[in-house]
Design a protein around this ligand. Structure first.
Ligand code: EAX
Length: 333
């Protein structure tokens, strides 16, 4: 018969083994992006995965799948909600289909600089948006940058608002963007970004709008001649997790992931800004004709869009819109 001492020793040893087994339990997760490896969306995702790997001593493995290999922004959001994928980092414009308040970020001509966007999104206003995600089975980790969006097309330089008339433009799958371009006299055709190159190549659409980095990474310069710096909206990405996955994590692992997300954010924004200026000159070398749209013309576009802006302020909720503009006014320019 085992002595009592021996029994407790066995039990204690088993306990220690079990605890360290649980501690050492590997976590495997997938992070999907919609853009290619060379775009800051995927570069940020890779950095996040690397930091998590290092912080967890290789225990938490996040595999990154770029270029919509796991589906479009919208499809990946559904997969996160269902718990069949763990992370993604969509444009907040597509996230707005689940949580309408995110749509406020895309209200045209709202932000004047990236620095201002950082202050609004990292501050109480942005955190308030993130706090709405769990109701939709998602958890927000950080805002990343897509950047100011510019208009490209295969027909003519856009110098003034009227130049958009009649152009078929691909937009994101978001009602604000659809109304925005219809409001400027173009014909909006919503579709996921991974279908866009072919749509431009086959002239199913004449135009699209995205930051320089996306135009470069997706090789739109091969199928679009003119880029006009409309800068009509600032677009943020949101690094989000599946709530089903998140709820199953230990608090220490959630902390680790949140800290890694913060660290990756600094890198992602920096690389996005660097590439945004570098890709502009690259695009010229690659044959695009770039024209700067004057502030007066951008103001004219804004005036033309007044009814669209009013409609979408109401759609996201007047309270949210008011808080958004107050946060912008309080942020550095
Ligand atoms: O998620 O769909 C778009 O145009 C976005 O800029 C891009 O895919 C980032």
């Amino acid at each position: 018969m085992m002595s009592n001492f021996f029994k407790s020793l066995v039990i204690a040893t088993l306990g220690i083994c079990l605890t360290s087994w649980v501690n050492a339990q590997e976590i495997k997760a997938r992070l999907g992006t919609s853009l290619p490896e060379v775009h800051p969306q995927t570069m940020g995702a890779r950095k996040f995965s690397e930091i998590v790997d290092k912080k967890s001593n290789g225990r938490i493995k996040i595999t990154v799948y770029s270029s919509a290999q796991l589906g479009s922004d919208q499809q990946m959001q559904s997969a996160l909600r269902g718990g069949t994928q763990e992370f993604t980092v969509p444009s907040t414009a597509t996230l707005a289909n689940l949580v309408k308040e995110f749509g406020v970020i895309g209200l045209p001509f709202s932000f004047s600089s990236e620095r201002q966007a950082d202050a609004v999104l990292d501050g109480p206003f942005g955190q308030g948006l993130m706090a709405r995600l769990p109701e939709r089975d998602l958890v927000g980790l950080a805002f990343w940058e897509n950047g100011f969006r510019n208009f490209t097309n295969s027909k003519r330089p856009i110098v003034k608002a009227d130049d958009l008339t009649g152009l078929k433009v691909r937009t994101m799958q978001n009602n604000l963007y659809i109304d925005l371009f219809n409001g400027l006299g173009a014909n909006a055709v919503p579709m996921p970004v991974n279908e866009l190159f072919t749509a431009l190549e086959t002239h199913a659409v004449d135009a699209q709008e995205n930051p320089f980095t996306v135009v470069h990474a997706q090789k739109f310069y091969d199928v679009q001649k003119y880029l006009s710096t409309t800068g009509h909206a600032y677009d943020a990405l949101a690094l989000i997790a599946s709530k089903k996955f998140w709820d199953g994590l230990k608090p220490e692992d959630r902390q680790l992931l949140l800290a890694a997300a913060q660290e990756a954010t600094l890198y992602q924004r920096q690389v996005s800004r660097e590439l945004n200026s570098r890709t502009r000159s690259e695009l010229v070398k690659l044959g695009m004709q770039i024209n700067d749209v004057s502030d007066a013309e951008r103001q004219a576009m804004r005036t033309k869009l007044a009814p669209v802006i009013a409609k979408h302020q109401a759609a996201v909720g007047e309270e949210t819109a008011k808080a958004f503009f107050a946060a912008i006014a309080a942020a550095p320019k």
